[in-house]
Design a protein around this ligand. Structure first.
Ligand code: GLC
Length: 565
């Protein structure tokens, strides 16, 4: 059995290139992380997750790795890394690495060797395929199948030197590794053991449910977009459970106190039960996407407003589905998502209230919460102008495909990218009100959000009413109140479009959480309000407790009562 220390833990994600720059080159680095560890320890988080720091051509900001066992000089050195790991451990924080093994960089020696000739011993470490039957290789439409890549354009790149194509579900600089090949799997396992032997405490596994592909790589469904959707052939593919269990046996078995979390776009609750059932020995928890896709309509280039009842149905389903077996991860933000206070809250007049409300509603669910850098101070989306303001390969690639190939109006595409684009999460962490938010003394690789004089960590730490201290309180509550960790979950008011409410119950303790997802007062029609008359108000993000269960704009409250079983 896996030990479950992580059920009461909170994880903090660091995106190193945007966290803190110690040497003035405009790019965050490991020494910058070391300098700010007390901010994280003060928040009370238990685990740090480092987005990739490995040598990389940085085509996808390090998610294209050219050496799995070193540190990119941009970020420092292996000895800086060891120092960071020791300094985190000294403060009682664990550290997990990002494991990106669905693909490597095209500059990884494995791929360089693989592409060198048809007879290379590493040829079948990647997915090399000839042109479609009867088509001239390298001509439009001659790709082995119709799949599009996540970042726009086809999922195949023609390699004139050997006359074949290689598969890349992401950019052409991110060729997919062939997990069918046992040599690939054992090389990955060896690399993972090397990091664990160095002292790291686990892995966040990038798009790990993409690694098993349906043999034959059949054409994907045609949707009206420029390319087919091949996801049915690579999401949760036929050998995925076998591969993850093998990884468990080869890498994790017999090692204590690790945390493994698989990033799994498109995963269903039923699949997640299998992935996270401890008896099956695969991963501890998964990142599902339903709640961050809840505001995505059928047309990707039309913004859709969130319906709160949809969000509640999603969380309700996941809470129920993993109540007896498996475990949830809980997140609003990461380096791929826009800032939640701008997305599901109000980043104007109610920024602080809505950021706190969103934090409370998320953290009190059953599962392990993840905080993304800047979320703990209520950082907001960036005011992007034109496409030239974006750096993200996804934004640029999707824009090119949508505008040039699919005929969408540039302004429509920009509207969606401004609201949802990944660069919103990637602007520099806002430390103080000095130039560039105290992130760098040089020129930051992406400009700081102009709101930094108001929204920054130094100011938040000094203000007892800040989002930072609210998050600190939520984390402390998880550490001290077992009902937060282990309690049963019951969704209340499933049809209410403005209030999010639920209870958690463990033995004789019951918690009630209510959040107002709107800027107007709203009354909670609780099933048994009298039961809560003498309950303790544990947290409240506004000056007044609700009167007669009317919550103010973006108000969040957490009550606790003792019940006789
Ligand atoms: C994951 C990462 C994302 C990256 C992609 C390809 O979704 O979170 O940032 O672009 O995988 O590695």
């Amino acid at each position: 059995m896996t030990d479950a220390w992580w059920k009461s833990a909170v994880v903090y994600q660091i995106y190193p290139r945007s966290f803190a720059d110690s040497d003035g080159d405009g790019m965050g680095d490991l020494r910058g992380v070391i300098q700010h560890l007390d901010h994280l320890a003060g928040l009370g988080v238990d685990v740090l997750w480092l987005s990739p720091i490995y040598p990389s051509p940085q085509d996808d900001n390090g998610y294209d790795i050219s050496d799995y066992q070193d540190v990119d000089p941009l970020f420092g050195s292996l000895s800086d890394f060891d120092e960071l790991l020791a300094a985190a451990h000294e403060r009682g924080m664990k550290l997990i690495m990002d494991l990106v093994v669905n693909h490597s960089s095209d500059e990884h020696p494995w791929f360089v060797e693989s592409r060198s000739s048809l007879s290379s011993p590493k040829r079948d470490w990647y997915w090399w395929w000839p042109a479609r039957d009867g088509m001239e290789p390298g001509t439009p439409g001659a790709e082995p199948n119709n799949w599009g890549s996540v970042f726009g354009g086809p999922a195949w790149e023609w390699d004139p030197a050997t006359g074949e194509y290689y598969l890349h579900l992401f950019s052409r600089k991110q060729p997919d590794l062939n997990w069918e090949n046992p040599a690939v799997r054992s090389a990955v396992h060896e690399m993972m053991r090397w990091w664990l032997d160095r002292g790291v405490d686990g892995f966040r596994m990038d798009v790990i449910n993409f690694i098993s592909k349906v043999p034959g790589l059949p054409d994907g469904t045609v949707t009206g977009a420029a390319y087919g959707d091949g996801s049915a052939s690579f999401l949760n593919g036929p050998r995925i459970h076998e591969f993850l269990h093998e990884m468990y046996e080869q890498v994790f078995a017999g090692r204590d106190a690790l945390l493994t979390v698989g990033e799994m776009p498109g995963v269903t609750v039923e699949q997640a039960r299998l992935y996270t059932d401890p008896a099956r020995e695969e991963v501890d928890m998964v990142f599902q996407f339903d709640h961050v896709w809840a505001d995505r309509g059928p047309d990707p280039w039309v913004l859709q407003r969130l319906k709160l009842t949809d969000l509640k149905a999603i969380f309700g389903r996941w809470q129920a589905g993993l109540s007896d077996v498996g475990w949830n991860s809980l997140y609003w933000n990461n380096h791929d998502q826009p800032r939640v206070v701008s997305r599901y809250g109000d980043d104007g007049d109610f920024r602080v209230e809505s950021a706190k409300m969103l934090g409370a509603v998320l953290h009190l669910h059953r599962g392990t919460p993840y905080v993304y850098q800047g979320e703990e101070i209520g950082m907001t989306n960036y005011p992007f102008g034109g496409i030239g303001d974006f750096r993200d390969i996804e934004a640029l690639g999707q824009y090119a495909q949508a505008v040039e190939k699919e005929g969408h109006a540039p302004e429509d595409v920009l509207t969606v990218l401004r609201a949802r684009g990944r660069d919103n999460a990637r602007t520099p962490m806002q430390w103080d009100d000095s130039p560039h938010a105290g992130f760098t003394t040089g020129t930051p690789w992406l400009p700081a959000n102009p709101r930094y004089p108001e929204i920054n960590a130094a100011r938040a730490r000094k203000d007892p009413d800040s989002v930072y201290h609210w998050y600190r309180g939520l984390i402390e509550l998880r550490h001290t109140e077992p009902a937060v960790v282990h309690g049963d979950f019951t969704m209340l008011l499933p049809h209410d479009e403005q209030l999010y409410a639920y209870t958690r119950r463990l033995d004789s303790t019951e918690l009630l959480v209510i959040g107002n997802f709107g800027g107007t007062p709203a009354r909670a029609e609780l099933p048994d309000p009298a039961a809560w008359d003498r309950a303790e108000l544990v947290m409240n993000n506004t000056a007044q407790p609700p009167a007669d269960w009317v919550l103010g704009p973006w108000q969040a409250v957490i009550y606790r009562r003792t019940v006789t079983p």
